[in-house]
Write a protein that binds this ligand. Structure first.
Ligand code: GLC
Length: 476
């Protein structure tokens, strides 16, 4: 799955995206997720929606969208839209009506109170109260993000029905699914207080983020999506694998959840191994399918987080594209991009996330496409290998199909099996060679960060700063 941030992908338009589909197909992605393209004043980059059923004119028209969708489908790819159910823009007609007085038809579509009923803080600007006073109505409304992003009241069945209609609108046009923004926030217990303000209180894991009513809403949403065989991917920002996995329900809530503890892991074998092991353990118990994400439009790019060198970015690509589950690429990571340096005066995002949202350098894409040793070519080779190899794209997470090696502490290694086919990923991000135990030896290296090792056999030692994928068709 490949995430596109439409403003900075290609000319900032849907037509621009259409013009790059050949590239995406060449790269080898199966599906695209577009960050929001709906009508928006862009106070939060489109995550403040003023009309869920209209394309923002800066991106183009509905006809451009329909053309894009059919071109995506013609290439055998799928298209997911970003749906923002927790809040609207304050310019949405629903909110304009709701704020008018206390008796209008939409008076209860948002969360209004005479006084703040808890101590919650908003995400943007960080540290402000989550309750904003509205002069017109003379009451406070809840806004977990910007004051331009009032929270919808999902306890109101009319809101649920209206939001389901927005999904239907796009499903009827043929979209294949949705990435659902901060979906763990839908149900709220307004009587809960956050813990006292402290450094660790980053947005995303405060108590109001994980309420039982959310699951009822997700089941309702899922049953609609099931009518269309559409996919539900949730941004469940809970930083806890066990809590995250409950959002799959009994196979009747989200199909996929983003795994933010994995995203935030330092690039060290032990830490990665323990977070991967934990993820697999909880998902295996729940019968769900993992996702693996390293970068998106909200966080510094992973190459940057991992120290900036291309070698670590290549090691990360091997990890991302050979773990069992669905990998997500964020536009430009296949070029090995780091964040752009943006002067404070030029920043436009209230969350300071401009650096990872800079325009895709298409001249750099062209340059890398001509070089078989570029990181782009490396991603493409990995994606081809993955697609051609059932053990890498289809084998599951049961004990027979996936085995993490304890191995030496600095070595992250696993085996994936599909019948007699066994594939091994070894990643040694450390500065020291690592020992490969007997069970890890003998396979042939197929793709490696050091191309000179491709075609050779795994021996007793794994060199420092190397990652590879190796294959053994016999039993080990
Ligand atoms: C999600 C989006 C982020 C946005 C926030 C509020 O986390 O990914 O970009 O600012 O929700 O909608």
């Amino acid at each position: 799955m490949y995430q596109i941030y439409p403003r900075s992908f290609s000319e900032g338009t849907l037509v621009g995206i259409s013009s790059r589909l050949d590239y995406l197909q060449w790269l080898g992605v199966d599906a695209l997720w577009l960050s929001p393209i709906f009508l928006s004043p862009m106070a939060d980059g489109g995550y403040d929606v003023a009309d869920y059923c209209a394309i923002d004119p800066q991106f183009g028209t509905l006809a451009d969208f329909d053309a894009l969708l059919s071109e995506v489908h013609a290439r055998g790819m799928r298209l997911l839209l970003d749906w923002v159910p927790n809040h609207t823009s304050d310019q949405h007609p629903w909110f304009r009506e709701s704020r008018r007085d206390r008796v209008n038809a939409k008076a209860d579509w948002y969360v209004w109170r005479d006084q703040p009923t808890n101590n919650w803080l908003a995400s943007f600007p960080r540290g402000e109260k989550a309750w904003a006073f509205d002069e017109q109505r003379g009451q406070y409304y809840l806004r977990c993000f910007l004051k331009e992003q009032p929270d919808l009241n999902w306890d109101n069945p009319e809101v649920v029905a209206a939001m389901l209609d927005t999904l239907r609108f796009w499903l009827d046009r043929g979209v294949d699914g949705f990435r659902m923004d901060v979906v763990h926030l839908l149900g709220k217990d307004l009587n809960l207080n956050d813990p006292p303000i402290c450094e660790e209180r980053v947005w995303g894991h405060v108590p109001y983020n994980d309420q039982p009513t959310t699951h009822q809403h997700l089941r309702t949403i899922r049953s609609l999506l099931d009518e269309y065989s559409a996919l539900a991917v949730g941004e469940v920002y809970l930083l806890d694998e066990q809590a995250m996995t409950t959002y799959h329900g009994a196979g009747d809530e989200l199909h996929l959840c983003f795994n933010f503890r994995f995203l935030w892991a330092p690039f060290e074998a032990d830490e990665l191994r323990s977070r991967i092991a934990r993820t697999i353990e909880v998902l295996r118990d729940g019968g769900a399918w993992p996702t693996w994400v390293l970068s998106n439009h909200d966080v510094p790019r992973h190459r940057q987080r991992y120290g900036g060198d291309e070698l670590h970015a290549r090691m990360a690509a091997i990890m991302l594209l050979t773990l069992p589950g669905t990998p997500f690429l964020y536009q430009g990571e296949e070029l090995g991009l780091v964040d752009a340096k943006i002067a404070p005066a030029d920043m436009i995002d209230p969350g300071g996330r401009d650096g990872c949202r800079a325009p895709i350098p298409w001249n750099e894409v062209a340059r890398q496409r001509e070089h078989p040793n570029s990181i782009l070519a490396f991603y493409q080779r990995l994606l081809r290998l993955r697609r051609a190899t059932p053990a890498l794209h289809a084998a599951g997470i049961d004990n027979d199909s996936f085995r993490l090696f304890d191995g030496s502490p600095g070595l992250l290694a696993w085996e994936r099996s599909d019948g007699d086919a066994h594939w091994f990923t070894y990643i040694n991000p450390s500065d020291e060679p690592q020992v490969c135990s007997a069970a890890m030896q003998g396979a042939t290296i197929v793709v490696c960060t050091d191309e000179a090792l491709e075609g050779t056999m795994v021996g007793a030692e794994m060199p420092a700063g190397v990652a590879w994928v190796a294959h053994n068709s016999g039993t080990m």
